[in-house]
Design a protein around this ligand. Sequence first.
Ligand code: NI
Length: 169
Amino acid sequence: MGHPLLRQVAQPVDTFDAAQIDALLTDMEDTMRALNGAGIAAPQIGVSLRVVIFEMRENPRYPHVAPIPFTVLINPALTPLGTAKEEGWEGCLSVPGLRGVVPRYRRLHYRGLDRTGASFERSVEGFHARVVQHEVDHLDGVLFPQRIEDMTRFGFEDALVGQMVPTPD
Ligand code: NI
């Protein structure tokens, strides 16, 4: 947090160079797994392109969180389904040690390109919708603390034990 690249609007991937994309995705996946994240965006590893990945495996630490298949999403376009939002605790690999309550659209349609450049789309809800909104915010230069509406529910993870629902970064 604070790095200028994390405040920039990232560029779309226009020429689809498979080798370049594969190398970027490998770096992103290695970083996400090493830090136990649920998702990561290319600007978080210093690449200002509109590429995000995310995945949520079954994890006993987060019993309330439904699994999400490993997903590569390039040049994403999001459309909220309805106006309903819900609050949830979030963290971020670029904001280590901190957690805050962020309102997000509950249901969402998204489309984009996969790692081969083929387009795909999904309608999702709950934590899956939250993760996509969080990661795509990174492509527009927005970090989760900027979305917090009640700053009394923002703090250090260690200090918030017992006051929050644990969530992955
Ligand atoms: Ni993040």
